[in-house]
Design a protein around this ligand. Structure first.
Ligand code: PBG
Length: 328
């Protein structure tokens, strides 16, 4: 028996001081890896706080400009915009209106940040439809996949024309990446990329977002188009491969925490950059616990974001992007 004092294999050597730990750290978050999601609402004259996401607001045009400028000053790598229109209808007309809320916000953002950060737009219909589903409906109330693709194609062109450098289709319709790529190319937007929400699960963790974006389905749920958390990660890999074959430039997994196995599987399987979206429910859980004094807020956030990178994400979408870019 080896006496403890005679041990030669000692993993703790690499942990013994802060300097050693810093030297051997393998996961380093950088502001450039972070993408900040932002909400902009039409027809409000002051920012509206989102109760379930303390620190997050629905922006006015003016407060959005300020927030994007702050994010860029902190070094954040990208911005993704979500619009909330003043008026909703069955086909989500505001989504591809050249003067719709997100198109206006994209033009403002591009004029504010130029090339200093990547400007993206979430591409979906749920914020724009009166029924709150991510697509248009058939007469019997099902989400009509192929009719929705025609709407997405038109939205992609409107967002590109307004200055989006990447569009992020988040509706989980079959064939959405191919339809959007064809539409962008057909309109001459060859340089506009697609960040595909490839593995997006039907998740309870989107609850606070649906308050922020005012997009809860008015009937039913999204389980017929978003993935079932009970399926194996094989399905997620298949979805990512399909999206890449259809022309996705980046693929995304969503939510992040709870799906780190999926992030790792996809990172190992594909050769395009992988993003993971740390969603509203992840944000709300940490903020709520920290507000109660139950968690050390900064340490928890850093640990959580680090775990997402360690799982294999190159890019992390997080509502903490500006704050953490400043701390990093
Ligand atoms: C759909 C969309 C959702 C999120 C991003 N895009 C909500 C949903 O699918 O219900 C959720 C993001 C979050 O929870 O932070 N357009």
């Amino acid at each position: 028996m080896t006496e403890p004092g005679a041990l030669s294999v000692r993993p703790r050597r690499l942990r013994q001081t802060a300097a050693v730990r810093r030297l051997v750290a393998q996961e380093r978050l950088s502001p450039a890896d972070l993408v900040l999601p932002l909400f902009v609402k039409e027809g409000i004259d002051a920012p509206v706080p989102v109760p379930s996401m303390p620190g997050v607001v629905q922006h006015t045009r003016e407060s959005l400009r300020k927030a994007v400028a702050e994010a860029v000053a902190a070094g954040v790598g990208g911005l993704i915009l979500f619009g909330i229109p003043a008026v909703k209808d069955a086909r989500g007309s505001g989504a591809d209106d050249p003067d719709g809320v997100v198109q206006v916000a994209l033009r403002d953002t591009v004029s504010e940040v130029g090339d200093a950060a990547v400007v993206m737009a979430d591409l979906c219909l749920d914020e724009y439809t009166d029924h709150g589903h991510c697509g248009v409906l058939t007469e019997t109330g099902e989400v009509d996949n192929d009719a929705t693709l025609r709407r997405y194609a038109s939205i992609a062109v409107a967002q590109a024309a307004a200055g989006a450098q990447f569009v992020g289709p988040s509706g989980m319709m079959d064939g959405q990446v191919a339809a959007i790529r064809a539409a962008l190319d057909g309109a001459g937007h060859h340089d506009v990329g697609i960040m595909a929400y490839s593995a997006k699960y039907a998740s309870a963790f989107y609850g606070p977002f649906r308050d922020a974006a005012e997009c809860s389905p008015q009937f039913g749920d999204r389980a017929s188009y978003q993935q079932d958390p009970a399926r194996s990660s094989d399905e997620a890999v298949r979805e990512a491969r399909l999206d890449i074959a259809e022309g996705a430039d980046l693929v995304m997994v969503k939510p992040a925490v709870g799906y780190l196995d999926v992030v790792r599987r996809i990172a190992d399987a594909v050769d395009v950059p992988v993003a993971a979206y740390s969603v509203s429910g992840e944000y709300a859980m940490v903020e709520a616990a920290a507000a109660n004094g139950w968690l050390d807020r900064e340490r928890t956030i850093l640990e959580l974001l680090t775990s997402i990178k360690r799982a294999g994400a190159d890019i992390v979408l997080t509502y903490w992007a500006t704050e953490f870019a400043r701390l990093l």
